[in-house]
Design a protein around this ligand. Structure first.
Ligand code: GDP
Length: 200
């Protein structure tokens, strides 16, 4: 898969906008500012493709990127903005719900958390969405470059425990800043895309 060949497809506001052409969908989720856009950009070797530092108020769309005509990267709206009005939080909930209401859309979920911190209650809720989908998901612990080496093992254990991850759920230390973990995450993505294509 040629990751350089990526194009923005659609900003989906609801069910009717979701592509249903059976191409694999890799869905990225994370709280606002965790570095979700930066992770997507790092995977695609782009600087400003998925928009870094997206403002509150942009949380109610699901952005679809088509990768080399072979798969979609699905940028689920970030959560946990402090200043978002209740009505928008509810819209976020309805949009996520409508995406997960069609679990056959999802090939692989990628939950991005902050490697430095205990996962938030919202992170746990998002992990539950992925678990309940019945589809595979992985967790990327981003901003690894901001962590002391001695803290890594303990933090990963805490993340695994708080999110109540099964042993078969991969937890990948990642840095969108310096590229650590890129190969590991890409190989998970490619493995699941290959698995899906065989199944069609
Ligand atoms: P999003 O809101 O989840 O899409 O987060 P962004 O991609 O906009 O990133 C939020 C901020 O975190 C930006 O200032 C990024 O430069 C920074 N950032 C993202 N990933 C990393 C990382 O791995 N390491 C460091 N040090 N900063 C990061």
């Amino acid at each position: 898969m040629n990751l350089q060949n990526a194009e923005f497809l659609i900003s989906a506001a609801g069910q009717r906008d979701f592509p249903r052409d059976r191409l694999p969908q890799i869905a990225f989720a994370g709280r606002s500012n965790v570095g979700k856009s930066s992770v997507i950009n790092r995977l695609l070797c782009r600087k400003n493709f998925a928009r870094v530092g997206a403002a509150p108020g942009k949380t109610t769309h699901i952005n679809y990127f088509k990768i080399d005509g072979k798969a979609y990267f699905v940028d689920l709206p970030g959560y946990g903005y402090a200043k978002v009005p209740k009505a928008e939080k509810e819209r976020w909930g309805r949009l996520i719900e409508s995406y997960f209401a069609q679990p056959d859309l999802l090939t692989l979920g990628i939950l991005i958390v902050d490697a430095r911190h205990r996962p938030t209650a919202n992170d746990c809720t998002m992990a539950d969405w992925f678990k309940q989908s019945g589809r595979p998901f992985v967790v990327a612990a981003n901003k690894l470059d901001k962590l002391k080496k001695s803290e890594l093992e303990g933090n990963l254990a805490l993340i695994r425990e708080e999110l109540e991850l099964d042993d078969n759920v991969k937890l990948i230390p990642f840095s969108a800043e310096n590229g650590t973990g890129r190969e590991a995450l890409l190989s998970e993505i490619e493995r699941h895309i290959a698995g899906r294509s065989d199944a069609i």
